[in-house]
Design a protein around this ligand. Structure first.
Ligand SMILES: CC(=O)N[C@H](C=O)[C@@H](O)[C@H](O)[C@H](O)COP(=O)(O)O
Length: 228
């Protein structure tokens, strides 16, 4: 898929991330792909899936682009941390490989530019750089990433973890990189948040937890009921 095709598919539209975490009851490819299918039925233009099994099954069943990632670990660089992880994600059928797009040292010693180049030369996949700051985004764009995501804002120590999406960062990236394909991701919890992220300059928005993570959604309601 070309970046032009991807942009045409998702511009002004919703991307849904379906992920279950280690040990959770819904952590099964069939379950995640069913959630993805339900999300597509509701209007998702693309799906973000974690793990080789989920991506492989999703690529066989879904007719929208898949943004794939492989989380390994839970702190530091853990989103598709090495070129080996990235090539496995591409091989499993992801049209877009989401990688950690920060400037932090990576476990395989490659930098983002070398990782992007490796993905481009050894697979047909596009690369989404999951960034945590404006500095990351500018560096990732210079490194050849096809898509810039705000996924890691609030999770790398560079930016405050604001309640809701980091609209300020979205606007800053859009101002600095007017031509970038920019995807807002992270703590978009309401339809109003999603609309605000587009208005701040994103081409598309990824919603995960608020659509696909029932334990967290339940906890929001349980807390409200408990304190009413
Ligand atoms: C920081 C990190 O590990 N983010 C992960 C990236 O894939 C996922 O855990 C998030 O669910 C995803 O980014 C969507 O965000 P939200 O669930 O807030 O809508």
């Amino acid at each position: 898929m070309t970046i032009e095709d991807f942009l045409a598919a998702v511009r002004g539209r919703l991307i849904v991330s379906a992920q279950a975490y280690p040990g959770e009851p819904m952590r099964h490819p069939e379950t995640m792909v069913q959630i993805a299918e339900a999300s597509v039925a509701g209007g998702a233009a693309a799906i973000r899936l974690q793990g080789i099994g989920d991506i492989r099954l999703g690529s066989a069943r879904l007719d929208v682009p898949i943004i794939g990632l492989w989380k390994d670990g839970s702190d530091g660089v853990f989103i598709t941390p090495t070129l080996r992880h990235a090539l496995a994600v591409a091989e499993a059928g992801a049209a877009v490989v989401a990688i950690d797009g920060t400037r932090r040292p990576r476990p395989d010693g490659l930098d983002v530019a070398e990782t992007v180049a490796g993905i481009h030369t050894q697979s047909g996949a596009l690369v989404m750089a999951d960034c945590g700051s404006l500095g990351d985004a500018v560096a990732a764009a210079a490194a050849g990433a096809d898509i810039i995501g705000t996924t890691l804002s609030g999770y790398t120590g560079e930016r405050e973890k604001v309640d809701g999406p980091d609209l300020e960062l979205i606007a800053e990236i859009r101002a600095a990189l007017p031509e970038a394909v920019l995807v807002a991701e992270g703590r978009i919890h309401t339809p109003a948040h999603a609309a605000a992220a587009l208005q701040a300059g994103a081409d598309s928005v990824v919603v995960g937890t608020a659509i696909t993570h029932p334990s967290t959604i339940t906890s929001w309601f349980a807390a409200a009921v408990a304190s009413a």
